[in-house]
Design a protein. Structure first.
Length: 200
């Protein structure tokens, strides 16, 4: 016997009987087939696509609604426009009449704001074209002994009030007045003509 060879062992009668008994109870394994996908369950890509489509519809609806609100607000609040050059020249020369004048100088802010609102509404109802709002020049940081507030505060806040939504339907535009009408301490305010629904 050459090196590395092993002598073959012969099974005994008892071992042969035992092996036969074991092998008689062994069943062959069947090949496992992968389960086919259930066609009734939607695939993940289909679910994602449907979800994305719904989200896009919701987003598009939201954007359209937002644009509609913005457009409606623009229609309700007409943009301010500067006075025409020819009108400005005529006002400066006194060739165009000023329909009404209000002097807010010396009033407190709350009092002046309410007075301005009432005055502008009344001017529009009466068909005024141009009004003059006197604020006073004042000097920032100096106390007005009459009102107890900073002088010049109305000069800064009245333009802001004229831009607010409550007066925008009445106001076309405004600019500082000519020197003989008060200069930087007064404003020419052009009034929008009232519609039939706004007139009493």
């Amino acid at each position: 016997m050459s090196f590395g060879e092993r002598k073959k062992r012969i099974l005994t009668a008892d071992e042969t009987a035992l092996w036969a008994h074991v092998t008689n109870h062994i069943q062959p394994l069947t090949k496992h087939r992968p389960a086919e996908p259930d066609q009734t369950i939607p695939q993940s890509s289909t679910v994602i696509a449907a979800k994305s489509g719904d989200e896009l519809k919701i987003a598009a609806s939201y954007v359209a609604q937002k644009n509609e609100i913005v457009q409606r607000n623009k229609n309700e609040l007409p943009p301010l426009a500067p006075l025409e050059r020819r009108l400005r020249q005529r006002l400066s020369r006194g060739a165009h009449p000023i329909d009404a004048v209000i002097d807010l100088h010396g009033m407190r802010q709350t009092e002046a704001h309410e007075a301005l609102r009432r005055f502008v509404y009344a001017a529009q109802r009466q068909g005024a074209s141009v009004i003059l709002v006197v604020t006073g020049k004042g000097a920032s940081g100096v106390q007005d002994t009459g009102s107890g507030e900073e002088r010049g505060v109305l000069r800064r806040t009245v333009p802001h009030w004229l831009r607010m939504p409550d007066l925008r339907p009445c106001v076309i535009g405004f600019e500082p007045a000519a020197q003989h009408h008060g200069g930087s301490g007064a404003l020419y305010v052009r009034i929008r003509r009232a519609t039939r629904s706004e007139t009493p």
